[in-house]
Design a protein around this ligand. Structure first.
Ligand code: CA2
Length: 142
């Protein structure tokens, strides 16, 4: 099984600013954590991060026929992007939406998620653990 983990804008800055919201671990720490977990449960994993909406759409499309599941934290595009919603719906790959913080407890504008409508599950507010739970969810196929 191959899982693609996609992170959107500014998530490459993890650990550098706003540790009170996103923790003090870096993007590389996050990838390492997921990689170790996937190795333990026998799942192959690929990572992609971009600050550009169209590049994220391109990467989702490239997953068609190649990956069995997508874990995505679209960052701020969560709250604005119909293009990302359309991309996950178009490829039809089971996709789990993950947020490190809980956007529902923050500003009003973070309460809307477009991509949620195309996802099989949303995990929020669990820090990096949310990515591991998303992988487990996809690996179990339920
Ligand atoms: O909680 C999450 O994972 C978010 O998807 C993170 C996004 C935010 O726009 C969403 O509402 C919730 C922002 C990611 C910004 O990441 C940073 C990392 C380090 C320092 C500053 C920003």
């Amino acid at each position: 099984m191959m899982i693609l983990v996609i992170n959107g804008p500014n998530l490459n800055m993890l650990g550098i600013r706003e540790p009170e919201i996103y923790g003090s671990q870096t993007y590389d720490d996050l990838c390492g954590l997921i990689e170790n977990h996937c190795e333990k449960i026998g799942v192959d994993v690929e990572f992609y991060q971009s600050n550009h909406e169209g590049d994220l759409v391109d990467r989702i499309q490239q997953g068609y026929g190649e990956v069995d599941g997508i874990v995505i934290n679209p960052g701020a595009y969560t709250h604005t992007s119909v293009a990302l919603l359309d991309a996950v719906k178009t490829v039809g790959i089971p996709t789990v939406e993950v947020h490190i913080s809980d956007p529902d407890t923050r500003e009003e504008f973070r309460k809307i998620s477009y991509i949620r409508l195309g996802c099989v599950k949303t995990i929020k507010g669990l820090g990096f653990q949310g990515y591991l739970d998303a992988v487990d969810f996809l690996a179990k196929g339920n």
